[in-house]
Every structure is written in structure tokens, then in C-alpha cells.
Design a protein around this ligand. Structure first.
Ligand SMILES: NC(=O)c1ccc[n+]([C@@H]2O[C@H](COP(=O)([O-])OP(=O)(O)OC[C@H]3O[C@@H](n4cnc5c(N)ncnc54)[C@H](OP(=O)(O)O)[C@@H]3O)[C@@H](O)[C@H]2O)c1
Length: 365
């Protein structure tokens, strides 16, 4: 690391803090790696480096690493502007057999996270923590593979976009939510919160799996339906078909969650609708609950629709696809979630276009 890096990224200050803490026999600073320097990973990395946290960055390719070394990192939007020069940025494989980390924040998309997670074990120190923050049930899946002692559950309510590698925008005042997959509180969750909380807002949850599922229920309904019909929820919920598809997709996913012993955790809106599992008997209360969801999420352009527009693969297999598969294992068929999954695959493959007519097909699923 050069003195230029120290000035730009605040490293000088941090290493002083590290040395002082060691002299006072305080616990040393966690050594952290961020894997996946895309939208979310880029915002967290830039804000961490600007705050003087000496995180190392891992990209997928050596070309991106070289580009970030040259361009530096820049963040704008909610939370303010920040510019920094990364101290260490390499393609992931270059860290192998060289370094160990106390914390790895895994910020790739879902499929990449599952593909790469096992190899990250070699990069963790003996009591190191892997923190995946993907949408869907990815943190749970990775913890089933690697163990709950290694994996700390996480999700991102932080909205972010990447214009090009090195240029990031924070699009809301959201936070990272972290917690033990087995539930309850832990010292390591507090330590991770303390470290990453210097960069972005980090909250802890004693029921992270419930929080992950509360987000998943909304992704299965609000986001996916909006994406396939190319509308916001506020628009599609005005039609009978839109309301029916929303209600069935949400109810199926909630039924699967409850059948597998999950207690969805309240985020902005209570995740269990009034009168559930017979919301039809409490029509006015149910309508008021849907209105709360519309107020909270109804104007957001679905991120999956942006994936369609950019011809990127979606995370549908970890959203509605996951609910459908899990439903089969607990005897809870989820035909609307299955139909949504198939519709999204057909759009990805260019066989059909997103648009309001998709609702008419889904309503008969
Ligand atoms: N963006 C948001 O506002 C937001 C909000 C909430 C939740 N999330 C969730 O957060 C996760 C990340 O989303 P994102 O929007 O940040 O995705 P993204 O912009 O696509 O970033 C993912 C990054 O991971 C990199 N990557 C892939 N495989 C890798 C590997 N093996 N090693 C190192 N880097 C690798 C990709 O590099 P290449 O481009 O070179 O492949 C890309 O830069 C998703 O699960 C998403 O659902 C996102």
C-alpha cells in the first residue's frame, strides 16, 4: 500500500487505530473481504474504504480488478458522495492460498453465490464468518451446505445500482440486516454490525430467517408479478386479474413458509394478512392490508424488470422457483409460483415479452 492510497482511502488513520488497539490489548480489527463488487458490493466497499475500514475487494475477473485499481471507486446518491482508491483489489482466485479473512461479505447474485461459496471456506480464518446477502433463500441454502457456525444470515434492504465498474449509486436509505440462521443474538453479529456499520447502516435481527422470508414473500408477489406484466404493483393491483394473481402468489408462498416452520418477521407491513388463511372472510381488512403494501412498495420499478431490459438472467429460481420446490417437499403445491417461474424463464429466453396480458395467463394457473 502506498502513502497515496493511505491518504485517499483513509488507511493511514485505520492502521493507526489498529496499532493503538493492539498496544492496548483490544481485540484486533476484523480482516474483511468483499466478494462481488457490483451494485451492493460496490456501495458497501466504497463507503467502507471512505470510512477507513481496510477491506479487500474480490472481483470475478482480473480485467475488472485492474480497472478498479486504475479508476478507483466512486459512490453517489442517498448517503452522500464518496471517492476512494482501493488498497487491495484482485480477482477472487488470486486471494486463494495467500490470505485468510475473519469476515467475507458475499455480494454476488444468487447463482454465483452458491457456485462460489464452498471455495470461500479456504479463505476464512478458523473462526471466520461468511455473510451472504442475496435475495431469496440463498443465505439459508449456503448455511445448509457450510454450517450455521460459519454462515451468518443477511439480506440487503439497501438499494444500489452500478453504472460501470467503479461507479455506484445508493438509491435508498436502506440497511443490511444480519443475524444468526439458528436465531437469537450473538457476539459475532454485533462485531460485524460494528465493523460494517461504519460504512452503511447495519441492523441485527434475532429472526433473520423470518426477515429473509418476509422479503421473499414480497419478491414472489410484488416484484415478480410487476416484472412479468411490466407494471408497478400500484398499476397491476387495479385489475381483477392483478389482485387475484397477487393474492394467490402471496398466499402460496406464505403457506409454504408456515408449513416449514418459518415465522415471517414484520418489516414495514405485517407479513401475515388479516384473516389468513381465509382472507376472503375479512375482505375489508384484507384490502386495507394490500393498500399498506401498495403504499410501501407499490411505486418501485421491479428490479427483475430491469434484468429483462438488460437481458440479464434473473434470480427467479431462488424466489418463486424456490417456493415451488420447497412447497412440493411439504405437500403445499404452489401453482401460481410455478407459473410465474415458467413465465420468467420464457421471457429470459426471448420466447415471450413482459406485459399486462401475462396476468390473464397466470390467473388460470
Ligand atoms: N442492487 C440492489 O439494489 C439490491 C437490493 C437488495 C438485494 N439485492 C441482492 O444483492 C445481490 C447482489 O445484487 P447486485 O445488484 O449488487 O448484483 P450485481 O450488480 O450484478 O453485482 C454482482 C457482482 O458480483 C460479481 N461476481 C459474480 N461472480 C463472482 C465471483 N465468482 N467472484 C467475484 N465476484 C463475482 C459480478 O461480476 P461480473 O459482473 O464480472 O459477473 C458483479 O460485479 C443479489 O442477490 C440481489 O438480489 C440487490
Amino acid at each position: 500500500m502506498t502513502s497515496t492510497h493511505a491518504q485517499h482511502s483513509g488507511y493511514g488513520h485505520n492502521y493507526k487505530e489498529l496499532a493503538l488497539s493492539q498496544a492496548n490489548c483490544q481485540p484486533r480489527l476484523m480482516r474483511a473481504l468483499i466478494v462481488g463488487i457490483g451494485a451492493v458490493g460496490g456501495v458497501v466497499s466504497t463507503r467502507a474504504l471512505c470510512a477507513g475500514i481496510p477491506v479487500c475487494l474480490a472481483t470475478r475477473t482480473k480485467e475488472t480488478a485492474a480497472r478498479l485499481r486504475t479508476s478507483g471507486l466512486r459512490v453517489s446518491g442517498v448517503g452522500g458522495e464518496g471517492i476512494c482508491v482501493p488498497g487491495e483489489v484482485r480477482p477472487l482466485e488470486e486471494y486463494m492460498d495467500r490470505e485468510k479473512f475473519d469476515l467475507i461479505l458475499l455480494a454476488t447474485k444468487a447463482q454465483d453465490a452458491l457456485d462460489v461459496s464452498s471455495s470461500l471456506l479456504d479463505l476464512l480464518s478458523p473462526s471466520g464468518t461468511l455473510l451472504p446477502i442475496q435475495n431469496g433463500a440463498v443465505p439459508q441454502m449456503i448455511s445448509e451446505k457450510l454450517g450455521k457456525d460459519i454462515v451468518l444470515g443477511g439480506l440487503s434492504n439497501l438499494g444500489a445500482t452500478m453504472t460501470e465498474p467503479g461507479v455506484y449509486r445508493q438509491t435508498n436509505g436502506g440497511h443490511l440486516l444480519i443475524g444468526e440462521i439458528r436465531g437469537g443474538s450473538s457476539q459475532r453479529a454485533t462485531e460485524v454490525q460494528r465493523l460494517l456499520g461504519k460504512a452503511v447502516e447495519v441492523r441485527t435481527s434475532p429472526n433473520i430467517v423470518g426477515a429473509i422470508w418476509a422479503k421473499l414473500l414480497l419478491n414472489c408477489s410484488v416484484t415478480t408479478i410487476g416484472a412479468v406484466c411490466a407494471q408497478t404493483m400500484r398499476q397491476y393491483i387495479m385489475s381483477d386479474e392483478g389482485m387475484q394473481v397477487f393474492q394467490r402468489a402471496y398466499d402460496e408462498a406464505l403457506g409454504v413458509a408456515i408449513a416449514t416452520g418459518i415465522r415471517p418477521q414484520r418489516m414495514i407491513v405485517e407479513p401475515i394478512p388479516p384473516g389468513w388463511p381465509h382472507p376472503g372472510m375479512h375482505r375489508e381488512d384484507y384490502s386495507a392490508w394490500v393498500s399498506q403494501i401498495v403504499e410501501a412498495y407499490g411505486d418501485i420499478k421491479p428490479s427483475m424488470l430491469q434484468d429483462f431490459e438488460r437481458k440479464r438472467l434473473t434470480e427467479i429460481d431462488f424466489i418463486n422457483g424456490h417456493v415451488t420446490r420447497l412447497g412440493m417437499t411439504v405437500g403445499k403445491p404452489a401453482p401460481v409460483n410455478r407459473a410465474l417461474t415458467e413465465t420468467v424463464h420464457s421471457i429470459e429466453q426471448g420466447k415471450i415479452e413482459p406485459g399486462p396480458r401475462r396476468l390473464r395467463e397466470l390467473v388460470v394457473a
